[in-house]
Write a protein that binds this ligand. Structure first.
Ligand code: HEC
Ligand code: HEC
Length: 223
């Protein structure tokens, strides 16, 4: 009885375990759907995304797929193109990024990218549920000193600087992304112009505790 329990604890504590069998299955179904499916219709294209990102793009933590509802259309489009060109999701330790890259590459063309993004944007904004705990007041200080100049005073994003919204985006997902920037798993290549900029900022917060404080604060700004 003790051994399985110990193993389970080990898996639970090791953090980034990578895609589960469930999400691998969803990925191959999505690719099949995209390969055989409708070209330009955003709603039909989105059917291939729903298994992971949810029927209304609300996200699915168990599959590590973030909510897409509070993200701006220009950012969604740029990320899909970044996966398609291999700028994002190519690092060997980026198991989730690689999974998403394979799917994005199955989108037939730029028109399909635009169509699926238009469909997601049409669902309207809906803030993701907060899952982290921390000191929002301390987070606010760090945020306004180190992050707000690019991500916007209300963490609403800034298209001129190409810095995405953080308010209302899944906090567990943002924590993982920040840590990936920090560890050189995302944004390490100079070809990734904007990812590289962010990676240079990902050593400024002193600890995981403060990162959580910042994300608790940005989540409190969500609408
Ligand atoms: C097999 C599950 C799966 C499917 C199917 C899937 N995704 Fe994803 N998606 C993910 C995961 C996991 C991530 C997080 C990747 C990472 O950590 O880099 C992600 C990330 C994204 C991001 C980046 C969000 C951000 O804030 O940076 C976008 C945009 C996205 N997906 C759009 C789509 C679209 C559009 C489709 C359908 C064409 C789709 N996804 C299908 C699992 C999936
Ligand atoms: C110099 C401008 C700049 C500053 C300052 C900055 N960022 Fe960013 N950040 C960006 C850009 C640009 C991106 C988009 C990167 C990409 O396209 O891959 C980004 C992306 C992110 C992402 C990933 C979002 C997603 O949906 O995947 C997180 C998380 C993030 N930043 C957190 C922070 C935090 C926390 C701070 C403060 C410590 C901060 N950023 C400071 C420019 C900045």
């Amino acid at each position: 009885m003790m051994l399985p329990f110990a193993l389970l604890t080990l898996v639970a504590c090791s953090g980034d375990v990578g895609p589960s069998a469930d999400s691998e299955q969803a990925a191959s179904q999505a690719q099949q759907l995209l390969a055989t499916g409708a070209a330009g219709d955003g709603k039909q294209l989105y059917a291939a995304c729903a298994a992971c990102h949810g029927a209304k793009a609300e996200g699915n933590k168990a599959l590590a797929a973030p909510s897409l509802r509070n993200q701006q259309d220009w950012y969604l489009r740029r990320q899909l193109q970044a996966y398609r060109s291999g700028v994002r999701g190519s690092h060997e330790k980026d198991a989730y990024g690689m999974q998403m890259q394979a799917i994005a590459k199955t989108l037939p063309d730029d028109a399909a990218v635009d169509a699926v993004v238009a469909y997601i944007s049409g669902l309207g904004k809906k803030a993701a549920e907060a899952t982290l705990t921390g000191n929002a007041k301390r987070g606010a200080d760090y945020y306004s000193n180190l992050c707000g100049a690019c991500h916007g005073p209300a963490a609403e994003g800034n298209d001129i600087l190409q810095a995405p919204a953080l308010a209302g985006v899944d906090d567990w997902y943002l924590q993982r992304q920040y840590e990936h920037f920090q560890q050189g798993i995302r944004g390490a290549s100079e070809d990734d112009k904007y990812g590289y900029q962010m990676a240079m900022m990902a050593n400024t917060l002193p600890s995981t505790e403060v990162l959580k404080d910042v994300l608790v604060y940005t989540q409190s700004l969500a609408r």
